[in-house]
Design a protein around this ligand. Structure first.
Ligand SMILES: Nc1ncnc2c1ncn2[C@@H]1O[C@H](COP(=O)(O)OP(=O)(O)OP(=O)(O)O)[C@@H](O)[C@H]1O
Length: 532
């Protein structure tokens, strides 16, 4: 289970080690501390970059360095933002389609349906716009199109083809699509477009935030904000990251100076909103990333509290795993909801080969070491998913001692700095094994990872789907090695179904287990009887 979701205390959810003190923004450079490895650095002096200079989006340590930076910019007469490319402004919020060359001549319902079926998209809902085949089809600001191109996004992925045009015309949406299929840009492209158009046309009365993205873990928030910055570069589009473990003063300062997008975990955001006067009147888009976990007990109340503080925003909800219950809750939050289903969500990505091995608990470590020391089977960098924080720490140590491989652990009890450092060292290739609890199970883009080991089965098949999904991005092939034994029996029936439907081998012990067959689902009495 994601260890960010186990506690019922409001601050524990998503913000478990929220030890950040509230300290005022520094006036002078010398008052600021040195930056630790991996921390943001001031663009002028290199000290800890506590907040970001709105005019340039650079990390800055103090008001003093901010003045220096702005003075430097003024003296070179370079505008802080690159407006050299005129931005195409839509005359209204409508999305205007330019016919693509390979698009059917007349877009009859049948042709649109046929296009959807070709790209593997299913729709529930009324008057859903046709999918786009290129980013240039929907009148995005020119700078955003350039940013997409620079990021290597040459054509939209199937989920983006359908969701971007629908989001641009302000439809509420629930989107289920495979892990690694490009859901993040599906909501960020419309958000960047919407926010920058509002600013460029001076449509908002105040400078308050215009959009909000909520996600269950800090790591997801960090990545979403990073991607938002990439897409919004050079546009009047600024972001604030509101997560535990980072100084709140900088977050508040930045929001009060004026940002377009807030990305945050619900616990920290509520904390910030209750302590500070932040005007949310202009927030017109709310995204719930990993919506199934956001609407689970523990998060749901906080999410609803934030939702109710907004004035009827457009709601965009995304996950690779959406149950009927989540669908019902989503429909009750947003009127006239479109449900976009892309590929075969709620199942492990077909690009990941699942290799399930029956291993008794006592033998798990030995088996793991064998894999890690086998040239044939160990394909670094790999992420290992375990069930507890202590387990993560101990296993990372044991791996280093026994195999000599560089391994680190990451979980919700570690400081934000440690979590950032471990992830950075892993993504830059300095360590080859990262042992994680559920904190990296969902939503985090672990670009080079093509192998995961599910050392301890998670508590639900939804989490399993997300963990296995870390081994593949954008359809590239990956492998998930999964350890199971009788302790995981409550998942056997579903696991066997999932394995069979993806053509994976089912170990004999699993296939023959009495927990793998029988009526489905069990009543609550049966569950108690079998100790589920
Ligand atoms: N149109 C595109 N062209 C090229 N690369 C893309 C495109 N859209 C997204 N990507 C890249 O694909 C990868 C996966 O995208 P993303 O992280 O948004 O997937 P996701 O669907 O949110 O996955 P998960 O459910 O695991 O969080 C990222 O590295 C992203 O930069």
């Amino acid at each position: 289970m994601d260890d960010n979701m186990t506690s019922s205390s409001p601050h524990a959810v998503g913000d478990i080690d929220d030890a950040a003190e509230e300290c005022p923004v520094k006036e002078r450079c010398q008052e600021q501390r040195e930056a630790l490895p991996g921390e943001p650095r001031c663009a002028i002096c290199g000290r800890y970059g506590e907040y970001i200079c709105d005019e340039t989006d650079d990390d800055i340590c103090s008001k003093e360095c901010k003045s220096t930076l702005l003075a430097r910019l003024a003296s070179t007469q370079k505008p802080a933002l690159d407006h050299s490319h005129p931005v195409k402004l839509p005359v209204s919020d409508e999305c205007f389609y330019v016919r693509d060359d390979n698009r059917p001549n007349s877009e009859s319902t049948d042709q649109i349906e046929s296009l959807r079926s070709k790209i593997g998209i299913c729709i529930k809902g009324n008057s859903v716009p046709a999918p786009i085949l290129s980013f240039s089809s929907c009148n995005l600001p020119q700078k955003l199109e350039q940013n997409l191109e620079s990021a290597g996004y040459l054509i939209p992925t199937p989920v983006q083809m359908q969701t971007i045009p629908a989001a641009l015309i302000k439809r509420n949406m629930l989107v289920s699509a495979d892990t690694g299929s490009g859901k993040t840009a599906s909501f960020l492209v419309p958000i960047v477009s919407h926010c920058s158009n509002i600013r460029l046309q001076h449509l908002a009365e105040q400078k308050g935030p215009l959009a909000m993205v909520l996600a269950p873990t800090r790591e997801i928030c960090v990545q979403v904000e990073e991607q938002a910055k990439v897409l919004g570069k050079g546009l009047p589009f600024k972001t604030a990251l509101v997560i535990g473990g980072d100084a709140m003063a900088g977050q508040v300062y930045r929001i009060q100076k004026g940002v377009e997008l807030i990305v945050g975990t619900p616990g920290r955001l509520i904390d910030l909103l209750t302590k500070h006067d932040i005007n949310l009147n202009e927030v017109s888009v709310l995204v719930l990333d990993e919506v199934d976990s956001m609407l689970q007990k523990g998060f749901r109340d906080q999410v609803m509290q934030i939702f109710q503080a907004l004035s009827q925003p457009q709601v965009l909800m995304f996950s690779a795993t959406i149950s009927e219950e989540v669908e019902k809750m989503a429909s009750s939050m947003a009127r006239d909801l479109i449900h976009v289903i892309c590929g075969k969500p709620s199942r492990p990505s077909k690009s990941v080969k699942q290799v399930v091995i029956w291993v008794e608990s006592k033998q798990k470590k030995q088996k793991l070491f064998e894999i890690l020391m086998s040239k044939q089977h160990f394909k670094p960098p790999i992420v290992l998913f375990v069930g507890s924080r202590l387990g993560a720490d101990l296993l990372a140590e044991a791996i280093t001692v026994v195999t000599g491989l560089k391994a680190l652990s990451i979980h919700g009890e570690k400081s934000m700095k440690d979590r950032r450092d471990s992830l950075r060292l892993f993504l830059t290739g300095e360590i080859s094994v990262l042992v994680s609890t559920g904190v990296l199970g969902r939503g985090v883009d672990l670009l080079k990872v093509r192998q995961v080991i599910v050392f301890d089965m998670p508590s639900s098949m939804a989490e399993y789907v997300h963990q296995v999904g870390r081994a593949s991005r954008m359809g590239e092939e990956g492998v998930a090695i999964v350890f199971v034994n009788e302790e995981d029996r409550k998942l056997f029936r579903e696991l066997v179904q999932y394995l069979k439907s993806s053509g994976a081998a089912v170990p004999r012990e699993l296939a023959n287990s009495r927990y793998s067959v029988g009526p489905f689902p069990l009543s609550s009495r049966q569950k108690r009887k079998y100790g589920y």
